[in-house]
Unconditional design. Structure first.
Length: 753
């Protein structure tokens, strides 16, 4: 770790009693009084004291974590609330009360290396041996190896087999057996040490005593490994040689070809469902890009048996075929397994959550609340609650205003006439105004009772009517696109075809002609006008990125004509925009959103105007000027990337997978603001909800707020088209995203047979 960096630690505690009995149903969790905090202790030079030595962020405070067996949960929360930290704490069993025997598998959102993707049965991986072998493994071998711990088993088999087959050294089986047993004890020591550190009270003392006793066992095992040959008796040699042969037979049975054949067949089906062509299954895994490596991670996790399955943004690197396949796979998993795992999913894909999850866990205000039902039902209940609280607050404000006027009149009249009754009445009303105005109903909607609903010490007898920040809608604003001086299409493709230049042949040839590469796109026609909403859908590798390269002129057509309006300003949000910002932040650790935007505008805009643009996208105050870009969340980086585009006031906005890194509240806000923007929009996305909302003009009637009802005539006049890119050609989908979805559902049904 370099100087100035910090070590991050997750601290977990919960309410425990000495009468607690671990739940034998490992798919369930019931933990009360859960506290999770993240501390960051700096490594920079200097002697710091107290709080200056460590920075802490509290994720949960006195929360309840309740998971029921076989239920699929959606964990939702705003960006930066700590969803990934909570999932990591569960997966690594940092929370006291999670049984050691619980098998937990996790796909982490930030996984970039195959070694760190999952935690299997609480066992420490032999990472060093895996890394030596990982570069030689194919995709299929890597998935099977990680799902079955085959490398560990094979390592033990190799050690024992070499010793048992040794004809010259009679002590070889004994040495090999002791080596294997010692390695297993060291892995078990890791779990006992963690258990002793996490537990407190009587159970903590018991765990620490067990750790001390186990450390003695480890020491004795080490002595046995280093025991001299002449000190080992013949009876011991015979006994341990027999044990080595028995253990070898047991391990070989686990890797029996018939068992591995079933696992391989299942692995092939999973990889096919996630989009791997058959020809790519034998490719070395270290040649894969980041997206395909994440699919490999996901495949290995789905292949192994588990009690709790955690998927953090599993759809980020999947196309729509893979997303629908994963939906169907999780549904089938619940139906076909006698004891299905408990599943926790974090995803910004609203349709995916709706299709897979039965209950919702909401992380906000450092606590967890639970909702039984779909995401749409939850949002509907939140809207009703917000509307109810808003009306209650408005009505009470009117009542308070009227009471204040009455009090002033009574005081004035009482003083003028010397009427003590008027003054006492004014004093009584003022007391009610100060002490008893607020919530008139309990949390359950019943009549408010002070002793029941507001126990403890409070400054007044009623709680104020406040709408929680988590229930307030996120709003964004875009500056309007300026009108063009003369009409015409913004951009037009006429009979455009594109292929990459032919690679030179490695074989010597007397002929100078080369075989041209196939067309990626062929005979494409596309016209985009001001205000148009164009959606581009298709599977990965179908040519969508190539089409965007043509539109943004980073590639030139091989054939055909591309025409642009002479005054067109085009802004392009690449799917790598967030990664580009992260690269900039690594080059300059002090770079902030404000300083980057100031550099971008080159004096065209002042600081106040820049802050206005950033503020319209939800980046305000010190976040803009004081927080370095490398400390911003993924959602904040998306907003900054959009701000770098819209300050130029473009007439055409091209968006490539803009919803990645966003929570679904922000996805809704992005959909709303772009939906009403007056410029043209081309969007490439696998998010079905966004395409329906932004391109097709689908209106969530219950979700629309009254103050957002825009000009209906203008909305109806927009040209809305969804294009499917497939086999090098483009065609309009008459039924939009739903037509594409139906065609993929048929393919998924065939894949799952």
């Amino acid at each position: 770790m370099s100087q100035g960096e910090s070590a991050t630690t997750i601290l977990c505690s919960c309410k425990q009693t000495r009468f607690h009995i671990e739940n034998p149903v490992y798919q369930e969790l019931d933990i009360e009084g859960l506290n999770i905090a993240v501390t960051s202790s700096g490594k920079a030079g200097g002697k710091a004291k107290g709080k200056s030595r460590a920075e802490g962020l509290e994720i949960l405070s006195h929360a309840s974590l309740k998971l029921k067996a076989g239920i699929c949960y959606a964990l939702i929360g705003r960006n930066g609330t700590g969803k990934s930290t909570l999932l990591k704490a569960i997966a690594e069993k940092l929370i006291p009360g999670i049984p050691v025997q619980t098998r937990i598998c996790i796909l982490q959102q930030t996984d970039t290396d195959l070694r760190d993707a999952d935690i299997i049965e609480g066992c420490e991986k032999n990472v060093e041996s895996e890394e030596k072998k990982g570069s030689r493994l194919s995709v299929l071998e890597e998935v099977i190896d990680r799902a079955t711990s085959r490398s560990e088993i094979q390592h033990e088999i190799d050690v024992l087999l070499k010793a048992v087959d040794s004809q010259q050294d009679a002590l070889a089986p004994t040495r090999a057996l002791r080596q294997v047993q010692h390695e297993r004890l060291k892995r078990e020591l890791f779990e006992k040490d963690k258990d002793a550190r996490l537990r407190s009270g009587t159970r903590g003392m018991t765990a620490r005593k067990a750790l001390i006793a186990f450390e003695k066992t480890i020491a004795e095992s080490a002595k046995r490994i280093n025991q001299k040959d002449e000190d080992i008796g013949e009876a011991t040699i015979k006994e341990e040689t027999d044990l080595a042969a028995e253990l070898l037979a047991e391990l070989q049975l686990q890797l029996e070809p018939t068992i591995l054949a079933d696992i391989e067949a299942k692995a092939r089906n999973i990889l096919a469902g996630l989009g791997f062509p058959k020809r790519n299954l034998d490719e070395p895994v270290n040649t894969l890009s980041g997206g395909w490596r994440m699919r490999t991670n996901l495949a290995s996790i789905l292949l192994q048996p588990t009690d709790v399955l955690i998927l953090d943004e599993p759809t980020n690197f999947l196309d729509l075929l893979g997303i629908i396949w994963l939906q169907k796979y999780l549904e089938k998993l619940k139906e076909s397994t006698p004891n299905p795992p408990t599943i926790i999913i974090v995803s910004h894909d609203r349709d995916f959550i709706t299709a897979t999850c039965q209950e919702i866990i909401i992380l906000h205000s450092q606590t967890l609340t639970y909702f039984r039902g779909s995401l749409a039902t939850y949002e509907s209940s939140i809207r009703e609650k917000t509307l109810h609280l808003t009306r209650m607050r408005d009505a009470q404000e009117k009542q308070k205003s009227h009471m204040q006027q009455t009090i002033q009149q009574n005081i004035k009249q009482g003083k003028a006439a010397g009427d003590e009754n008027k003054l006492r009445q004014a004093k009584s009303r003022q007391k009610k105004l100060d002490n008893r105005m607020g919530m008139e109903v309990s949390a359950k909607g019943t009549r408010f009772k002070l002793n029941r609903d507001l126990s403890g010490y409070h400054l007044k007898a009623r709680e104020d009517i406040e709408i929680p920040p988590e229930e307030r809608a996120i709003s964004m604003t875009f500056p309007l696109a300026p009108d063009l001086r003369f009409p015409g299409p913004l951009i037009s493709l006429e009979n455009v075809s594109f292929r990459y230049p032919a690679a030179p042949s490695s074989k010597p040839s007397t002929s100078t002609s080369t075989t041209p590469s196939p067309f990626i796109l062929e005979n494409v026609d596309l016209t985009i006008h001001m205000g148009d909403r164009i959606g581009i859908v298709g599977l990965n590798g179908s040519g969508k990125s190539t089409l965007l390269s043509l539109l943004t002129e980073t590639a030139k057509p091989t054939q055909g004509t591309l025409t642009k309006h002479p005054r067109l300003r085009l802004a392009y949000y690449s799917q790598h925009s967030v990664e580009d910002l992260q690269t900039l932040s690594h080059a300059s650790s002090e770079l902030t959103a404000l300083s980057l935007m100031t550099s971008d505008v080159e004096g065209v805009l002042g600081e106040q105007d820049i802050r206005g643009i950033l503020g319209g996208l939800g980046l305000q105050g010190r976040i803009v000027s004081d927080v370095p870009i490398n400390r911003l969340s993924g959602g904040q980086l998306v907003r900054l990337a959009l701000a770098r585009l819209i300050w130029k006031e473009p007439q055409l906005l091209v968006l490539d997978e803009v919803t990645t890194h966003l929570d679904f509240w922000t996805v809704r806000a992005v959909g709303e603001v772009i939906r009403g923007w007056n410029g043209g929009v081309v969007v490439v996305s696998h998010d079905r909800w966004l395409v329906r909302k932004l391109v097709e003009g689908w209106r969530d009637v219950e979700g629309e707020r009254g103050d957002e009802s825009r000009d209906e005539e203008e909305e109806e006049q927009r040209r809305r088209l969804v294009y499917l890119v497939k086999g090098g050609s483009m065609k309009v989908l008459e039924d939009g995203m739903r037509e594409f979805e139906r065609s993929l559902e048929k393919r998924v049904e065939k894949l799952m047979k």
